[in-house]
Design a protein around this ligand. Structure first.
Ligand code: C2E
Ligand code: MG
Ligand code: MG
Length: 356
């Protein structure tokens, strides 16, 4: 909607525009009859005030669009004006996208490794990406993974992670203490959905010479919302080359369990949220218990994520879970720290290893 002949003063013009916006929202909000059913619609309005020097039509439409999305994110039937603060947030976002695009080529990503243990032994590590941002220092995935997903950068990034993990597996292959470490790699939905994901993954393994038996791909329940047959097909192809699959954040996503028996899974990861509340919330411990017995019946390994205290570990052990990944045993660490942690853990001098 373009409003003409608004008052010259921007504040007056804004009031006029707001009145029109409210009228539009009120009329769209009116219930209407569809057959016998009463239906309701909602809308969101974004407003950009412009004058002769406000830039191109495209810029103004973009500003209104930014404001509209901002209104939408607050809730239905909202209205929002475009402001310089909004522009600032949008600019910050596009700067981050630019930086993220350049980061892979500029060698700014690195992997941290978090130990996974069973009884007294290290069984694997989860490779967790970090971004060594030139101005902001080490950033956790929460700061950039969502943006990487939205922009498709996740595809390059995911490929980099798999390659780096494979290179680490190769580097660990010639030492007795490290040669059996299984490296778990997170695979995002869009990465897995790529038509040639299997070929890409196999090419990386080929190029690096990594032992596929040392690779665990972590996928999430959200991937099963698509064509499940295709997902199973891809998993089986990779499995036939020796790779294994873990189901990450299990219990937090898609609630249908019927797909489980069709999937070639090696491991279920009990989500951190259930482990966190396991001592205080009966529902959380019931869910953990269910996952553990499910794993036992289906012969799938179960590992508990986010074990932070001895009490949590003991309860999980009593429920029949003996694999753990959590701060109690080790935080995600850069390679050099992990290389110090490992002998201390094996030798029993690590602050975490006495109680295992
Ligand atoms: P995730 O795959 O579920 O990884 C486990 C997260 O839980 C990690 O967070 C880890 O640091 C944290 N964690 C483990 N033990 C504990 C504990 O005892 N207490 C607490 N409070 N936290 C614990 P991080 O490294 O921040 O990663 C967050 C998420 O980002 C990951 O969740 C994963 O979904 C995603 N991510 C990380 N690396 C990659 C990657 O290379 N590719 C993709 N697609 N996603 C990744
Ligand atoms: Mg994971
Ligand atoms: Mg997880």
């Amino acid at each position: 909607v373009i409003l003409e002949d608004l008052k010259k003063d921007p504040e007056d013009a804004a009031i006029q525009a707001r009145n029109v916006g409210e009228k539009i929202l009120a009329s769209i909000e009116q219930p209407c009859l569809l057959g016998e059913h009463q239906a309701r619609s909602s809308a969101s309005v974004g407003i950009a005030i412009f004058g002769p020097h406000s830039g191109s039509a495209q810029t103004i439409l973009q500003q209104a669009d930014i404001a509209m999305h901002c209104a939408q994110s607050v809730g239905p039937n909202g209205m929002q004006f475009f402001t310089p603060a909004l522009q600032f947030a949008i600019n910050a976002r596009s700067t981050l996208v630019e930086e993220l695009r350049r980061a892979a080529g500029a060698n700014q990503f690195l992997l941290h490794y978090q130990p996974q243990v069973e009884s007294n032994a290290l069984i694997g590590v989860e490779a967790l990406i970090r971004w060594n941002h030139p101005k902001r220092g080490i950033l956790a995935p929460a700061e950039f993974i969502a943006l990487a997903e939205e922009t498709g950068i996740i595809l390059t990034l995911g490929n980099w992670v798999l390659e780096a993990a494979c290179e680490q597996i190769v580097a660990w292959a010639d030492r007795k203490e490290t040669q059996d470490i299984v490296v778990a790699v997170n695979v995002s939905g869009s990465q897995f959905r790529q038509r040639d994901f299997v070929d890409q993954a196999l090419a990386v393994i080929d190029r690096t010479g990594a032992n596929p038996g040392c690779i665990m791909l972590e996928i999430t329940e959200s991937m099963f919302l698509q064509d499940i047959k295709e997902v199973i097909g891809k998993m089986n192809q990779l499995k036939s080359h020796g790779l294994r699959f873990a189901l990450d954040d299990f219990g937090t996503g898609y609630s249908s369990l019927s797909y489980l028996k069709h999937l070639p899974l090696a491991q279920l990861k009990i989500d951190r949220a259930f482990v966190r509340d396991i001592l205080t919330d009966p529902a959380s411990s019931a869910i953990a218990q269910t996952v553990i017995s499910l794993g036992r019946t289906m012969r799938i390994e179960v590992i508990a994520e986010g074990a932070e205290t001895v009490e949590q570990r003991d309860l999980l052990t009593s429920l029949g879970c003996d694999r753990f990944q959590g701060y109690l045993f080790g935080r995600p660490m850069p390679l050099n720290e992990f290389e110090v942690w490992l002998p201390a853990f094996v030798g029993g001098t690590s602050p975490f290893s006495h109680s295992i």
